[in-house]
Design a protein around this ligand. Structure first.
Ligand code: GDP
Length: 141
């Protein structure tokens, strides 16, 4: 079974822990407890392939090199309090060259889809680049 390491990044209070915990345990955390760093593990099937996700829920301040990214707008259940429009989110994702998804940890909207999509992004990133002489030289499958 392939393992996928997922890192959840973003400002404090946007719902990183709630999204992760909703996905892993199926429950919603109401209480806000600023996260230091937590580690979770869950097995899911994505496109008929069993996959193990190792999820690092961060304090949100880390910086990472070029890795597969999904830009997430969380708390879509609070539509009347929306601060960022879908168009703004889509435009930023386009600028970053990554997918954009709107989720709610509370109503479990697009939570499973989000984590399945990051697995797909990692599968895609792991494909050898046919134009890269190194990949073809090593014959990486
Ligand atoms: P983190 O600092 O990014 O890990 O944020 P938390 O996961 O601790 O969430 C911060 C607060 O927002 C908590 O009180 C959560 O219950 C709340 N929250 C998180 N996700 C959602 C959501 O999708 N909808 C609503 N209404 N509240 C949410």
């Amino acid at each position: 079974m392939r393992e996928y390491k997922v890192v959840v990044l973003g400002s404090g209070g946007v719902g990183k822990s709630a999204l992760t915990v909703q996905f892993v345990t199926g429950t919603f955390i109401e209480k806000y407890d600023p996260t230091i760093e937590d580690f979770y593990r869950k097995e899911i099937e994505v496109d008929a392939s069993p996959s193990v996700l190792e999820i690092l829920d961060t304090a949100g301040t880390e910086q990472y090199e070029k890795v597969p990214v999904i830009l997430v707008g969380n708390k879509v259940d609070l539509e009347s309090e929306r601060e960022v429009s879908s168009n703004e989110g889509r435009a930023l994702a386009e600028e970053w060259g990554c997918p954009f998804m709107e989720t709610s940890a509370k109503s479990k909207t697009m939570v499973d889809e989000l984590f399945a999509e990051i697995v797909r992004q990692m599968n895609y990133a792991a494909q050898p680049d046919k134009d890269d002489p190194c990949c073809s030289a090593c014959n990486i499958q």
